[in-house]
Design a protein around this ligand. Structure first.
Ligand code: LRH
Ligand code: MN
Ligand code: MN
Length: 426
């Protein structure tokens, strides 16, 4: 299914007067307080977030999986879904593939399709957390960290293969997330596991093309419940430094223990020029799959405040690779992604409203109350008319979710693909 431009513009016409009133009011207020509204809107329009191929189907829990029906069952259909999201929101201009779930059969056809949908290929993700069909070695006891050299070599070779696949598509980065760790005290020798991982990552890094980046993701626990080899940002940072200049830490919001100060982690990594990528989601306990901004929107804003500061003040840090990494059980995955994209843009817009100069002055004067007021003034602003304006300018829908429902997109997908199609993924 593909949207016609007229479907979007007809929809926008209906809401245009109300939007214009709301936008004019907000833009006037902001301009008076010294915000350059045009710049904010342009920044929002430019901000593109990759959609991972595994978020397009209803994800599972350890206990069950409930399909939302009409899920994409091959790469072409997955790209179609991201294309739909991008047409509606104009902020999902990239897709992140997972190998081996998404190996293209016909590279030219896939590239052409992506091009016609205005989509780029973001980081490619390797998978050494599941055993693959006909694989000689098993990852039951780890991959890059495994005590067996043969297993490590198989996992290294897989990552090198993923780079080759990514090169054919025009990707420029590889994301490595390892499930490696242990379930019981004494099961692993921590030092051996870490040294093996470092050496394996170095072997992968060796074959990384010059214009590529390696993103090293961390996670405190799950699937292992006692120890994880790359458990925190410090370990990832250390490994990235050991690999070299093209290796970076990747922060996934859900990969922290509750109440971790993620904004401070982001800030430290950007100061050191080592923040490479970012996975958005939200979490209440220790989960990593809940809709962005659905639980802790203020924390997300504080994180964006540091990201914006870093983007403006840390030329030593490269442009970041943004991706949503959430996939769960009970929502239409496309509606869920529309909500996440909106929450990301909202937090970004609010962070762009922070008066950085005033904040610096208040910080220098140790005016704690003023510091808090400056942040909260930005956070309390309802920026949704700015988001809608950015979408309008780029040809997206004033209200993507409302249009998605009005056009009954899910019903059409079910008609096209059948009720029991199933996306590969987590
Ligand atoms: C597991 C995970 C991780 C990766 C993805 C492939 O926690 O969600 O965040 O990025 O799987
Ligand atoms: Mn992730
Ligand atoms: Mn995760």
């Amino acid at each position: 299914m593909k949207l016609q431009e007229s479907q979007i513009s007809d929809f926008n016409k209906k809401g245009s007067e109300e939007h214009q009133n709301q936008f004019d009011f907000l833009a006037n207020t902001l301009d008076k307080s010294g915000v350059n509204t045009k710049n904010v809107i342009n920044a929002l329009a430019k901000f593109q977030v990759a959609i991972p191929s595994w978020a397009l189907g209803a994800g599972g829990t350890r206990f069950g999986r409930f399909s939302f029906y009409g899920e994409p069952s091959n790469l072409t259909q997955k790209l179609d879904d991201v294309g739909l999201l991008h047409s509606l929101t104009q902020t999902a201009g990239a897709v992140s593939l997972h190998i081996p779930w998404d190996i293209p059969e016909d590279y030219n056809a896939i590239k052409e399709q992506a091009n016609s949908l205005n989509l780029k290929f973001d980081a490619v993700n390797s998978n050494t957390f599941q055993d693959q069909k006909n694989a000689k070695e098993s990852y039951k006891y780890g991959s890059l960290s495994n005590t067996s050299q043969a297993v490590r070599e198989q996992a290294i070779a897989h990552n090198q293969e993923v780079i080759k696949i990514g090169e054919k598509l025009g990707s420029k980065s590889l994301t490595v997330w390892l499930a490696d760790g242990s379930n019981f005290p004494g099961q692993n020798n921590f030092q051996t596991a870490l040294s093996n991982t470092e050496n394996s990552l170095k072997a992968i890094y060796k074959t990384l093309p010059d214009d590529w980046k390696l993103f090293i993701e961390y996670k405190p626990y799950e699937p292992n419940f006692y120890s994880t080899v790359i458990q925190d940002w410090g370990t990832s940072f250390m490994l990235a430094n050991a690999c070299g200049d093209k290796a970076y830490t990747l922060v996934d919001l859900g990969h922290h223990l509750p109440n971790t100060n993620i904004e401070q982690i982001v800030s430290t990594l950007m100061l050191k020029g080592k923040l490479g990528g970012f996975h958005f989601n939200d979490s209440k306990y220790g989960d990593d799959d809940v809709t962005v901004g659905s639980i802790k929107p203020y924390a997300l804003f504080l994180i964006f405040n540091e990201l914006v500061y870093g983007m403006q003040n840390n030329p030593q840090n490269p442009d970041l690779s943004w991706m949503i990494d959430a996939s769960h059980n009970i929502k239409d995955p496309l509606e869920d992604l529309i909500q996440s994209l909106e929450a990301i843009q909202e937090a970004y817009a609010k962070a762009l409203l922070v008066d950085q100069n005033l904040l610096k002055e208040a910080q220098s004067a140790n005016d704690v109350v003023a510091c808090q007021e400056i942040l909260q003034k930005a956070y309390r602003t309802d920026v949704r008319p700015l988001l809608a304006q950015a979408r309008l300018q780029s040809g997206g829908a004033l209200n993507p979710l409302a249009l998605y429902r009005e056009l009954q997109i899910r019903a059409t997908l079910i008609q096209e693909r059948g009720k029991h199609s199933m996306a590969s993924g987590l």
